[in-house]
Design a protein around this ligand. Structure first.
Ligand code: URA
Length: 251
């Protein structure tokens, strides 16, 4: 199926700037939407979720980012302050997918910069993973659901083409799915996170691991053996070991 009205967007790609959203974690100034190229035509944006965004639509992350900043595919566009596309390394070996932006993320335009994000940074650091070098971070939905509610299936579906394009363009060795909404939003698996966390899952030829959402760990601070935090520690070590193995295989 061809979509000439969208395909002509590709002509804009060479004029787009570097992805301003790919900047390091907390403490950074708010992200500004990338400036639009002079030949940008807003009529070419698929404003309705009924208009598909097929795989291969975006030649690169900057084009996808510019498009997301104009997106009106679901009701979340009406209440957002910033579209939250990503942070981290665009060719990272590990991609971390969360549920959706919270208040801090909506204000800054960067994913996982609030308390949950700070804990995520600590978890990564504990196994010498660096969020600027080793990981690319994004969410199932790119705009904040009001009151931090769980995004609706319609919102997830409207945003999913962007996520699938991010996965294709970053092409990570490992995908970490934080919490049940991320697992469901990516793989369709509806099982509870407590049941499936820590187990490798093969989806579309990609290696994924469901892990607890850091916000859940903030609500469950015990470090005792068997606690959510303790389990997260096991899981991130499993991920680190697998990454080392995959990097060795690639050498
Ligand atoms: N929780 C998420 O799932 N994503 C964020 O970006 C922040 C908090």
């Amino acid at each position: 199926m061809t979509h000439p009205e969208q395909m002509s967007l590709f002509d804009l790609a060479p004029e787009l700037p570097a992805p301003e959203s790919l900047v390091p974690a907390p403490g950074h100034p708010p992200v500004t939407a990338p400036p639009l190229p002079s030949n940008f035509n807003p009529d070419l944006i698929p404003t309705s979720a009924a208009i598909p965004i097929p795989p291969g639509t975006y030649p690169d992350l900057p084009t996808l980012t510019a498009h997301c900043h104009q997106c009106q595919r679901c009701d979340l566009a009406a209440t957002r302050t910033h579209v939250v596309v990503d942070r981290g390394h665009p060719q990272a070996d590990i991609m971390i997918i969360g549920e959706g932006p919270g208040q801090n993320e909506d204000e800054t335009g960067l994913p996982f910069v609030g308390k949950a994000g700070q804990l995520l940074e600590k978890i990564l650091e504990s196994v010498q993973l660096n969020s600027e070098r080793d990981v690319y971070i994004c969410n199932v939905v790119k705009c904040r659901p009001p009151g931090n509610r769980v995004p609706t299936p319609e919102e997830v579906a409207a945003c999913r083409p962007y996520l699938l394009e991010q996965i294709r363009l970053v092409d990570p060795k490992i995908i970490l799915l934080t919490g049940a909404t991320a697992v469901r939003g990516v793989t369709g698996n509806k099982e509870g996170i407590t049941k499936i966390r820590g187990q490798w899952l093969h989806w579309e030829g990609r290696l994924c691991m469901p892990i607890f959402h850091p916000a859940y760990l903030l609500r469950n601070p015990s470090r005792e053996k068997g606690s959510p935090k303790w389990l997260m520690w096991q899981d991130i070590q499993t991920v680190r070991a697998k990454l080392d193995e995959l990097r060795q295989d690639a050498d």
